[in-house]
Structure formats: structure tokens, C-alpha cells
Design a protein around this ligand. Structure first.
Ligand code: SF4
Length: 627
């Protein structure tokens, strides 16, 4: 009996049992006796969130496209199920076969946010796999990590055998291929020998093959490979022909409601804008787009194989997609008949087009979301948002002219050089938007405006110009949150703010190094998990974990780092060079902006990936391929 079959007997005792059954439409089943490698892919959070992640859908498809590789799915079980598995001594299992994760050749984790790190250890514990890479034997799966957080893998380095840095469509498959080739050419599997081998695959980082040294005052003094054949710098994988890249034509359709119950159509990767706090805008460079023909074909096959009623056109900034109107028109040739909705989640306010919004949203006038991020022009220049107050007000004016009565705006507190006037600027901008609504004589009669201001705390991330700037202290962030509250004087503005304590822990791990693995071990001992969920996050427990590990969290979260200091992630190459990031950090302090890539190339280093944007300022997927 497989662990899944054993667990089935108890599923009525847990909440949402459909999270644990597998058997979904389009799941992929293979004959395990014919496989050369079995890969269990874990999203370290609940099924509902994991099943909505596009990255895992793409890599599940890429791995299973290989005849002799079987990729299966796994998720972090909600605590009631986790406790039951422990009580019944049932190891955590994969959804397709129901086999224990410890039976697999690979156990993969996508690392999307730092607050999921305790869940990585929680899953390893439930799977009965040693937490530390150094304690695993030849019989244990190779634990491999990837995703945006792997651009600073150091805080979790001790728990992973290898990281696949960058785009996994090619890199991850090559890592597994390397494993298969190794097993075919060696009588006996030797874990250490294989890890040395896979470190030669471009984009693969094997932490155990590097020495890290620290200075007396605690900074990193050296990171170097233990052997000459191991790369001193690991460069990310980047797909050159994005339009031709593999993309799933079908994906498992969940039994229970998930966070994104719709088709996610990835129209472009990367962003040209260069906001200085944004990690995605740097690590996914250069900007590459797919052609409307490719997207239409992919959308139709995903629709036919899933029955979803909505298509979300995804990209970091969909309004920058060069063929947006053409794409929407070509989709509507069949979506209207099929009563399928189209949504555009990431519209920039300065390129809000009423015409397109009318087309995609028809009668349903859902609210609009924009991200000015900072309340004053000065601070928007510091973060290089390249957005004027007039453009913001115009965007809202356009939105209101389409009959909308609510708008949501994202801001951040704790930005470098921020003053109390900048904080007050958020409230002022909100008030200006309310005024714009009431200046509109054609506004819906008797309808009030609702402006929602949602305010996060800056978390300085690796590989961004802000990586050197320490996060505001908790007291300072809390003081600013209260100051903003006091500045909002109208009920037409709803004010939501993020828990600063969560952002603080996130900042510790975003700028952390290997010494933090001790804190994660302590957190695991304290039973910590699901830190991204309010009901499970405990700041006091984190302080206890840091104390037990003898770690000062402010050293990582708040410290300003010198430009000449070795960063924990310097040996991970994201394609954008350090000089560019330093120049951008210095320009921020001088409130000087940098134009977007389409306007002018700033020689960030990503041109080496050969994207047409960098080579000839052309982002049109139809002409990009021409030499
Ligand atoms: S090389 Fe130039 S165009 Fe290409 S991503 Fe960098 S700044 Fe933009």
C-alpha cells in the first residue's frame, strides 16, 4: 500500500481533503519501472497556492516531456494533515503515484518567497529526509532548489544539494539528464561524485563545493570553490528563443478552488522599466515577448484541455507587451463565443488604455490596480518609477471615464532617503485621486469613489540597486505607518498596511548568508511553519529562534552594506553586472532616473543573452527573430 493509500483512510479527519488526493484531470501518469529518473516537485505551501503557480506548471510539463523522466507534484500539507501523517507514521507522498517523497531520485522545491523557508524544513521532516545536505546518504533524493529566492540561496544552502539558477525549462532538465547519464556510466551511485558532476551544468550551484569565510566583524571575507573544476561564479540560465520555448498545452485542473482558477498565459518575461527595488525586474532580464500567434495557440489548447472561463495575460508589465491590442483581438475571435473572460493584471497607470479595458472586461467593471509605489515625485525618481503625478491622475481620470468607482494603489514605506513628507505624499496623492473623481461631471450619479491604499514595507532584495540599503527598523516602519494613518483625512480612502514584522523577517533572509541555517533549524525545532500565513506567523518565536542560534537579525535586515563588501550572493550571476547596480544605487541617492530599455540601453550586462531588445531596441516578437 502506498503512503497515499494509507492516508486516504484518514482524509475525512482533515480540512479540504481534496488537497491530498491527486487524480486531477491532465495529471501525468507513467510506468515507474521504465523511468530513469523520478522527480518530485514540491511547492512549499498549500495545494491551492501551489496549483496556481505558473512556474511549476511549466517545469512539470518540461520534465514530463522527457520520456524517461517522471515528474510528480507535492505540496506542504496543512498542519492538521501534517500532524495526522506524523501520528500515523505515514511519510509525505507525491500526488500522482502516492509514493513516498524519499523514494524519488530528486525532490525539487520552488522558492518563491523567503517566508516559505520553514515549510521546506517541515516538508523534509514529514518526508523523513535529513534536513541537512551533509547528513544525506546515497539513498536519499537529491534535493534541488530554484525560483526567485535562489538568487540568494545562501540562507538555505545547507538544506539543498544543488540549485538550478535561472530559467529551468532547459537548466533543470539538463541537471536531471546529467544524473541519468551519470547513473548509466557508473556502476555505483556516489552522491558526492554526482554533485561534483552536476556542478558543471550551466546554472547549477552546488553549495557544498564552496568554502565561505567571514571577517571578525562578521562580513563575508571569501567565497571560493573547493576544487578548480567547480565554477567560481554560477551564471543563471536564460532562454534565448522565448517564443519557441516549451509551454504547457494542458495542466492538471484542481479539484478544489485555488488562488488562480484560470488560464495563466505568459506573454512576456522580464521588464524594461528598471524600478530599483524590484528583483524580478533585474533577474528576469532581458525582456522577451511571445508572438500573438503563439499565445493564441497556447491559450486555445489550455482552454480545450481545462474548461477554464478566464484567461489572464501575465507579464511583469502587460501594458508593455508590444502586440497587446492585436493579441486581445485575436483571442476575442473565439473567447467571446466561448464566454471566456480576459484579464490584464499588471497594467501600468501611465499606459492605461480605456479602449483595451473596454474590450477585455466588457460589462464587468472590476476595480483597477496601479502601483505608484511612492507618494512624491522626488521619491518616485529615487526608486526610478518614471511616473509623474500627472500621469497617475490621468490614468485614474481614464479609469473613471470608463465608469469605474474604485481604484487600488500600491505603495511602499521604508524606501531609501524617504522623509515624513514623502509618507504624507501618499495620503495627498490619494486625496488628489478622490478629487479627480468628483471633478468628473459624467461620474455615475449617486455613486461614491473608493480609493484603496495598500502599503507594504520595503524588503531590500539581492541583485537590486537597493541591496546595499538597510531596511528601516521595526520602530521606524511602525512610526511611518501611524504617521500615514494620521495624514489620511477622508473616508473615501481605505488604508491597508502590511505587518512590518513579517517584512523584517523576510529582509533577514533576503540579505542573509549561510549562518542563518542555524536559525531555520531552531525555527523547525520550535515547530514553525506556514510563516506566510497570519495565523501561523509568530515574531516572538522568530526572535527566540535567532536567540537560540545566537544570531542578531538586525545585522542582516538593517545594516547598510558598503559597495566594496563581498555580498553573500556575489558568486551567483544574474546577468546584470554589479557596476550597473552600484551606479543605479548612486543615482537613486541623487534622485536621478534612468530611462527604460526601449528608450535607451543602459548597458546593464544582460545583452549577452542576445535578446533583440538589447541588440536592436526591438521587442516586437514578430520581427525580433529576424537577424
Ligand atoms: S542590455 Fe540594455 S536593453 Fe538590455 S536589458 Fe540591459 S539595459 Fe536593457
Amino acid at each position: 500500500m502506498t503512503p497515499k493509500e494509507r492516508a486516504f483512510r484518514f482524509l475525512k479527519k482533515v480540512s479540504k481533503p481534496a488537497r491530498y488526493t491527486g487524480g486531477e484531470l491532465n495529471q501525468i501518469l507513467k510506468d515507474k519501472s521504465k523511468m530513469n529518473a523520478r522527480f518530485a516537485f514540491c511547492f512549499p505551501d498549500t495545494y491551492e497556492i501551489g496549483m496556481s503557480n505558473l512556474g511549476i506548471k511549466i517545469l512539470y510539463d518540461c520534465l514530463n516531456a522527457e520520456e524517461d523522466i517522471w515528474c510528480e507534484r507535492a505540496y506542504a500539507p496543512w498542519p492538521d494533515m501534517g500532524d495526522l501523517l506524523k501520528e500515523k507514521d505515514i511519510p509525505l507522498y507525491a500526488h500522482e503515484s502516492g509514493d513516498a517523497l524519499s523514494d524519488f531520485d530528486f525532490l525539487g522545491f520552488t522558492l518563491q518567497y523567503e517566508m516559505s523557508y520553514t515549510n521546506v524544513l517541515y516538508v523534509l521532516s514529514l518526508a523523513k529526509i535529513p534536513l541537512l545536505s551533509s547528513e544525506r546518504t546515497n539513498d536519499h533524493p537529491i534535493v534541488i532548489g530554484g525560483g526567485p529566492c535562489s538568487y540568494n540561496p545562501e540562507p538555505v544552502a545547507d538544506f539543498f544539494d544543488v540549485f538550478s539558477i535561472g530559467e529551468g525549462e532547459e537548466g533543470l532538465v539538463e541537471a536531471v539528464r546529467c544524473y541519468i547519464d551519470y547513473k548509466k556510466t557508473h556502476d555505483k551511485f556516489d552522491r558526492a561524485e554526482f554533485l561534483r558532476e552536476v556542478s558543471h551544468v550551466k546554472g547549477c550551484y552546488v553549495p557544498s563545493l564552496y568554502n565561505v569565510e567571514y571577517s571578525e566583524s562578521g562580513e563575508i571575507s571569501k567565497v571560493e570553490p573547493k576544487y578548480p573544476d567547480v565554477p567560481s561564479v554560477v551564471e543563471k540560465r536564460c532562454i534565448k528563443d522565448f517564443d519557441g520555448a516549451r509551454f504547457p498545452e494542458k495542466a492538471p485542473v484542481p479539484f478544489t478552488e485555488t488562488v488562480h482558477d484560470r488560464i495563466m498565459l505568459e506573454c512576456a518575461r522580464g521588464c524594461m522599466r528598471g524600478c530599483r527595488f524590484c528583483q524580478a525586474g533585474i533577474i528576469y532580464r532581458p525582456y522577451r515577448a511571445k508572438s500573438p500567434e503563439t499565445l493564441n495557440r497556447q491559450a486555445y489548447s489550455l482552454f480545450k484541455s481545462s474548461g477554464y472561463e478566464e484567461i489572464s495575460l501575465t507579464s511583469l508589465s502587460i501594458s508593455d507587451y508590444p502586440c497587446l491590442m492585436e493579441l486581445v483581438d485575436s483571442l476575442k475571435e473565439w473567447t467571446d463565443n466561448e464566454k471566456i473572460g480576459i484579464s490584464l493584471p499588471s497594467m501600468r497607470i501611465d499606459s492605461f488604455e480605456a479602449k483595451i479595458m473596454e474590450k477585455v472586461q466588457g460589462v464587468r467593471k472590476s476595480g483597477l490596480t496601479f502601483a505608484p509605489e511612492a507618494g512624491t515625485q522626488r521619491l518616485r525618481d529615487v526608486i526610478n518609477k518614471n511616473l509623474t503625478t500627472e500621469e497617475i491622475l490621468d490614468g485614474c481620470r481614464n479609469a473613471f471615464s470608463t465608469g469605474r468607482t474604485n481604484v487600488k494603489l500600491y505603495f511602499m514605506l521604508g524606501l531609501p532617503t524617504e522623509t515624513d513628507d514623502d509618507v504624507a505624499g501618499i495620503a495627498n496623492l490619494g486625496q488628489q485621486i478622490v478629487n479627480v473623481y468628483y471633478e468628473n461631471p459624467n461620474r455615475p450619479k449617486g455613486k461614491s469613489i473608493e480609493v484603496t491604499i495598500s502599503v507594504a514595507c520595503l524588503v531590500p532584495k539581492a541583485h537590486t540597486p537597493f541591496q546595499w540599503f538597510g531596511q528601516n527598523s521595526l520602530d521606524e516602519l511602525t512610526r511611518k505607518q501611524i504617521h500615514l494613518k494620521d495624514c489620511i483625512t477622508t473616508r473615501k480612502i481605505r488604508y491597508n498596511w502590511h505587518e512590518a514584522k513579517v517584512s523584517r523577517i523576510e529582509a533577514v533572509f533576503a540579505r542573509g548568508d549561510r549562518r542563518l541555517s542555524k536559525a531555520l533549524i531552531e525555527a523547525n525545532k520550535l515547530g514553525m511553519k506556514f510563516d506566510a500565513w497570519d495565523e501561523y506567523f509568530s515574531y516572538d518565536l522568530w526572535m527566540k529562534a535567532f536567540e537560540n542560534a545566537n544570531i542578531d537579525p538586525s545585522f542582516y535586515a538593517e545594516r547598510n552594506i558598503g559597495f566594496d563588501e563581498i555580498l553573500p550572493w556575489d558568486h551567483i550571476e544574474c546577468g546584470v553586472n554589479k557596476k550597473f547596480l552600484i551606479d543605479e544605487a548612486k543615482k537613486a541617492l541623487k534622485e536621478v532616473t534612468t530611462p527604460d530599455c526601449l528608450t535607451k540601453c543602459s548597458a546593464c550586462g544582460a545583452a549577452k543573452f542576445g535578446a533583440s531588445l538589447c541588440l536592436k531596441r526591438d521587442i516586437n516578437p514578430k520581427t525580433a527573430k529576424e537577424g
